[in-house]
Design a binder for this molecule. Structure first.
Ligand SMILES: C[S@@+](CC[C@H](N)C(=O)[O-])C[C@H]1O[C@@H](n2cnc3c(N)ncnc32)[C@H](O)[C@@H]1O
Length: 219
């Protein structure tokens, strides 16, 4: 999967509140690339990335799956991120996705009920005091509150049970401090019985993992 082009000086000026692609971004792209054939074989129609940030992940996915998947949606709480995501997509020749400013997927209410076939989230996962989360647009991109799980837990409890289709694949970035085994248990309760650590990488002080969740067993 090709890593989309995005000028890094964009993050110094107009888009300095947007999360700059980092190791967590790239491990997520690498994990999705490993699974491209599986994703294609499930014939996804709707693909959603929550917290699309710069848009680089969704653009990479959009490029790779443009012949297979029909609708790509990114969401972010940060308005600048939604703008930059559209810019990133268009700059890389992708005209097929929408970026919407909303908390998780709340703007869509029940409209995506059991419709999403591919769900991607690189959440704010760093362990911080809970009040760090709301401090600024940029702190919202990394501050995860207690155990780094405040946003992740809301995602699992409110988004996952509502919007996922029967064959949905979910790719979630976590670190060891998020207690991945508890996340795996919580996802089981939502019917996602199968989980696989697609990739694991130590980057500075973080042990990053990308976990794939699904209802059926795949390799
Ligand atoms: C770690 S960054 C990942 C950005 C991008 N996906 C990437 O991989 O480079 C997390 C992103 O989630 C967004 N975010 C944080 N809380 C959110 C929420 N409740 N709903 C939607 N987006 C959120 C942040 O603004 C940020 O863009």
């Amino acid at each position: 999967m090709e890593t989309p082009f995005l000028k890094s000086d964009l993050f110094l000026n107009e888009y300095n509140t947007v999360y700059e692609p980092s190791e967590d971004t790239f491990i997520l792209i690498d994990a999705l690339e490993i699974d491209l054939n599986l994703i294609r074989s499930l014939k996804p129609v709707i693909c959603v990335e929550i917290g699309c940030g710069s848009g680089i992940v969704l653009t990479a996915v959009g490029k790779a799956l443009s012949n297979d998947c029909h609708f790509f949606l990114g969401t972010d709480v940060n308005e600048k991120a939604a703008q930059l995501s559209q810019h990133c997509a268009l700059g890389n020749g992708i005209h097929i996705f929408e970026a919407v400013v909303t908390d998780l997927l709340s703007a869509f209410d029940a409209r995506l009920m059991h419709c999403v076939d591919l769900l991607i989230f690189n959440p704010p996962y760093v362990v911080t005091p809970n009040d760090e989360i709301e401090k600024s647009a940029i702190s919202r991109s990394w501050a995860g509150g207690e155990n780094g799980r405040v946003v992740i837990d809301r995602f699992i409890n409110t988004v996952v049970p509502q919007i996922t289709s029967e064959t949905c694949l979910i790719y979630l970035v976590v670190i060891q401090e998020n207690k991945p085994e508890e996340i795996i248990d919580a996802m089981r309760i939502c019917g996602f019985y199968y989980s696989k650590i697609m990739l694991e990488r130590k980057c500075k002080n973080e042990r990053l993992k990308v976990i794939r969740f699904c209802r059926q067993k795949y390799d």
